[in-house]
Every structure is written in C-alpha cells, then in structure tokens.
Design a protein around this ligand. Structure first.
Ligand code: URA
Length: 427
C-alpha cells in the first residue's frame, strides 16, 4: 500500500477500505506518514466526503488509536453529553450536576477551548484550587463517591484525533462533516459511556452555519453511535447569538452558579433542562416528560447546586465559590463598554467574531502553549431583537492590561448589525 494511491483514490471520489483508512491513520500517528500526505488526504476528504461506512471505520480507528476507557468499575448506565462547540456555552457546568443529582453517574472527560469556542476544562480551572487532571483511579473513586467527576482528557485518549485536529486547524479542513463527526465520536467512544446526548450547534457561532449541515452532522454522529451499538440523541440548538449572558471563563462559572441557584437566563435554562432531560431519558429514568419534571425539581430545589459543590470539593476547589462566587472567582474589575453607534434594533450577531474578540482579551489561546486569563470576558447586555439607543452599551468588556482592546472592539463592531426596524425571526 502507498499513501499516494490512497490519496489519489479519494481525490477521484473513491471509497476507501478499512485497510486503507487504518494504514493512513495509524501511519500518521506513528510518524511514518508525513504531514503533507495526511493534509492532502484530509483535503481530498473535504471535497469528496466519506460515506456512512467509511465514517464509522474512521471513527473506530481513531477511537482505538489510544486508550479506550473501561467505565465498568462505575455502577449504573453512563450517559455522556457533547456540544459541537459554541460561544458562552457553559451547559456542562449546569447539566452535569443536574443529572448527577438524580443519581446518574457522570464520568465526564472534557476539552479545552478550541478556535473561537470555549472549553469546560478551562472554565473549571477558574475556580481556585480546582484540579482537572485526575488519575483514572481518582476519577473512578470520585464518581463512585460523589456521583460526578469532570476531568481533562488523558494524553492518550484518541491521540489520532489530537494530531489530525491540529493539522486540520492549519489546513482549512475543520468544517467537513465526516471529519467533525469522527473527531467528536472517536473521543466519545474512547471515553467509554453507554449513551450520548449530542448538542449540535447551528448558526453564526457554530462550526455548522446552516440547519441543513447541522442536521447532516447530527445524523452522521447518531449513525456512528448506532454502528458501535451505543444509543444517542441529537438536539439541534441555536448559536446565532452567545449563549446566556456571559462569555469568558470565570464569568461563565459565575453564570452557571447563578443558574443552579435558579437565576439563569431563560433560553439558557431551557437548553440545560432539555439536555439534562434527554440524558435522564437515556439513563432510563422514565419518559421525557417525567424526566423534565425531575430535572426542574432538582434545579429549583437546590439539589443540583449541592451536587456542584460536591464536584468542587471532590476536585480540590474552594467550595466557598458556591456561596460567594463574585469574591472567589478571579474576575477583572477593569470594565469598558462597547457602545451602539446608532439608534435601532440588534438584527444580526456574527457570534464567531464575538468569540474571537473574547480571545483577543485573553480568554482563549492562539497557540497550544498560550496561558489564558480566566478573569476576562464579556457581559452581553443586548441580544437579538433588543432595542438600543446611540451610545448605549451593548457589551461590557472585562479586560486586563494585556488585552488587545482595540482589536476586540473592532471585531465587536463588525459582529453586531443594528437595523432601523424591528427585525423578524429573532426571538
Ligand atoms: N469539536 C471536536 O472535537 N472536533 C471537531 O472536529 C469539531 C468540534
């Protein structure tokens, strides 16, 4: 077998065999196939795509390129959730304690910020003392003792994805449905859960910008789960504006805690309830209406908040963060405003640009080794359809001395469109 022939076959629209996919992926992981040949194959897949069976094989090979976690030491049916990535997406911080408070074991491996999107692990690390790097032994102990653990992915979980993702990022081959589906599902399968709730984001802040593409991605991921005898439910959710009120690490933890105290923004609360209800449904707690009632009860009774506190204690964080988040979380006190330059209504938000602007304040990374600043971010004061007057603040920016404020303001200015008339379809 030669890499050249496999690239040529896909370039001409051919279907790759299991042996060919395995040869390329494992050869790349082992350093035998160079970046330029793998990049050429990725670009061929980008233009010619993969069918269901090629995609299932690609996922399986990537999932088995490193450790596959055996969650059997944890009692009960393990249900995981995954978001395809958004801006202000702190749902895991609310949904994980919600479902854990109902007795479903949460053994969650989460990621760091990627491109314009944030990452759960970076957010949790804003809590002083909170450890996200756990040994597998400690991870299992915590799930069995507290019912919940959220850890960073072990170095050897789907290493093929790690290496290929970095190459995709550098070769404009990220947003291809088979490649995204295989990337996400290989990590999910390696993570060892029995069932998955997939939160497929669609809109200006998502990798999938159209409903049609998001549906195809959702079907592809559910198809992969089924091909591996796992259950999965996909929920398509809107990402045409930042989720909730805050964007940025500490600020999102603050919002999650407020939400667990029953003071969340309505659309964000609805999303958390929907995702948690489907997780409970897959765990076998009853029909979807019964699950929704249980989830709402846990949220509004404070049970889920208690579970969040357990999570913080179990992973070494300062539990006072729950009662006193504003004082415990590092949140910048340097605030400046992005203001409207005219009277009107917010008619469109390029949410990806809002995410990138937040990274320019220091909330994300441009290089893998970059250190992020947990204290910076945005409070979104105006969302789609809201009325604004000239010079009225649209976004409150929490900045530090290293923030590139000028560029962040330029991006926000490009991201927000203000119309004279009330826009249609923004609610
Ligand atoms: N998230 C992932 O983990 N992989 C992708 O390809 C896109 C989003």
């Amino acid at each position: 077998m030669r890499p050249y022939d496999i690239i040529l076959k896909k370039r001409n629209g051919g279907k790759l065999s299991k042996e060919e996919i395995e040869y390329m992926i494992m050869g790349y992981v082992n350093g035998e196939i160079p970046d330029y040949q793998m990049a050429a194959l990725l670009m061929a897949i980008y233009f010619k795509h993969m069918d269901d069976s090629e995609r299932a094989i690609l996922t399986e090979i990537m999932a088995h390129s490193g450790d596959v976690i055996d969650l059997s030491p944890i009692k009960g049916k393990k249900v995981d959730k995954h978001s395809t990535g958004g801006v202000g997406d702190k749902t895991t911080l609310v949904v994980a304690p919600l479902v854990a408070s109902l007795g479903i074991p949460v053994a969650k491996m989460s990621g760091r910020a990627l491109g314009h999107t944030g990452g759960t692990i970076d957010k949790l690390e804003s809590i002083p003392g909170f450890k996200t790097s756990l040994s597998l032994k400690k991870f299992f102990e915590n799930v069995n003792k507290y019912g919940i653990a959220i850890a960073g992915q072990t170095a050897n979980l789907a290493p093929a994805d790690k290496k290929i993702y970095a190459l995709r990022d550098a070769t404009a081959t990220v947003d291809e449905i088979s490649l995204i589906a295989a990337s996400i599902m290989s990590k999910k399968l390696a993570g060892g859960a029995d069932a998955f709730v997939l939160d497929v984001k669609v809109g200006s802040g998502a990798f999938m910008k159209t409903l049609e593409d998001a549906k195809t991605l959702a079907q592809a991921m559910v198809g992969i789960a089924k091909a591996h005898s796992k259950e999965a439910v996909a929920v398509l959710t809107n990402m045409d504006e930042p989720l909730g009120i805050f964007v940025g690490n500490s600020l999102e933890v603050l919002e999650a805690i407020n939400t667990l105290k029953g003071n969340g923004e309505q659309k964000f609360v609805e999303l958390c309830i929907t995702l948690a209800s489907w997780m409970c449904y897959l765990a076998g707690l009853g029909d979807i209406d019964k699950c929704k009632n249980m989830v709402e009860d846990s949220l509004y009774s404070g049970k889920a908040l208690e579970k969040f506190k357990d999570l913080v204690v179990a992973q070494g964080g300062n539990p006072e963060v729950v009662d006193n988040p504003e004082n415990i979380l590092p949140i910048s006190n340097q605030i400046i405003h992005f203001k409207s330059n005219k009277d009107g209504y917010i008619s469109k938000i390029d949410t990806e640009k809002v995410g990138i602007a937040c990274n320019y304040l220091g909330a994300g990374r441009t290089k893998k080794e970059d250190k992020i600043d947990h204290s910076v971010g945005f409070k979104i004061l105006k969302k789609l359809g809201d009325r604004v007057n000239k010079d009225e603040p649209i976004v409150e920016m929490y900045v530090n001395e290293k923030s590139n404020i000028e560029y962040a303001l330029k991006l926000l200015n490009e991201a927000y469109q203000i119309s004279d008339d009330i826009p249609k379809n923004t609610q």
